[in-house]
Design a protein around this ligand. Structure first.
Ligand SMILES: [Zn+2]
Length: 180
C-alpha cells in the first residue's frame, strides 16, 4: 500500500473487525517505507488493542492489508513494539497453549506453536531489528504473522475444537451477516 493511501485513512474510524470478514483472509502487502502515517497508524492500533485488552494486533484486523503488527510481547502493557514487514527467521521446540483472538471473540482453543521464535522486522525508526521470543512472545509473533498471511486460529483449530465452538462460530457468522 503506497504511503499516500495510508495518509488518507480515517484513523478515528478504524475498528477491530471480526471473522468471517473476508478482509481477515487477505494476505497483507509489504510496506515500502516507515513514515509518520505509519507511526500514527501504529499509535491508533495500540489504542484499539489496549481498549480490547489484547497483547497483539495485526493491520489486517483493522481491515488494512499491510504487513504491520503491534504487540506487547512481554505481556507488560508499557512494552509497546511495532513490527513492519515481519518475518520469522528461526523456530525451535513445540508448545500447545490456549489462545484467543480479538477478531474471533468468544472463542478460545489450544494451538500448537513453536516454543522459541526469532523474528526480523523493521521498527518505527525505519531500522531493521531481530529479536528472539520464548513462550508468550513466540506465540504472539506466530499468531500475528499468521494474521498477515490471512490465517486465523479458526484455521488452526482441530475438528474437536471446531465442534466444541460450533455455537460461537455460528454466532460470529450471524453477527457478520447482520453487519455487526
Ligand atoms: Zn488474532
Amino acid at each position: 500500500m503506497p504511503g499516500a493511501v495510508l495518509e488518507d485513512i480515517d484513523l478515528a474510524a478504524l475498528r477491530i473487525i471480526h471473522s468471517p470478514d473476508p478482509r481477515l483472509a487477505a494476505p497483507a502487502q509489504p510496506l515500502e517505507r516507515v513514515d509518520d502515517s505509519v507511526r500514527r497508524l501504529a499509535d491508533r492500533m495500540f489504542e484499539l488493542m489496549a481498549q480490547a485488552h489484547g497483547v497483539g494486533l495485526a493491520a489486517t484486523q483493522v481491515g488494512l492489508a499491510i504487513q504491520l503488527f503491534v504487540a506487547t510481547p512481554s505481556g507488560e502493557p508499557t512494552d509497546r513494539r511495532v513490527y513492519v514487514n515481519p518475518q520469522l527467521v528461526s523456530m525451535d521446540g513445540r508448545a500447545e497453549e490456549e489462545e484467543g483472538c480479538l477478531s474471533v471473540p468468544g472463542i478460545t482453543c489450544n494451538v500448537k506453536r513453536y516454543k522459541e521464535v526469532t523474528i526480523r522486522a523493521t521498527g518505527l525508526d525505519g531500522q531493521e531489528f531481530q529479536e528472539t521470543g520464548v513462550d508468550l512472545a513466540a506465540r504472539v509473533y506466530q499468531h500475528e504473522t499468521d494474521h498477515l498471511a490471512g490465517m486465523l486460529i479458526l484455521d488452526r483449530m482441530g475438528t474437536v475444537a471446531r465442534l466444541a465452538n460450533r455455537r460461537a462460530i455460528r454466532e460470529l457468522e450471524e453477527g457478520f451477516a447482520e453487519g455487526k
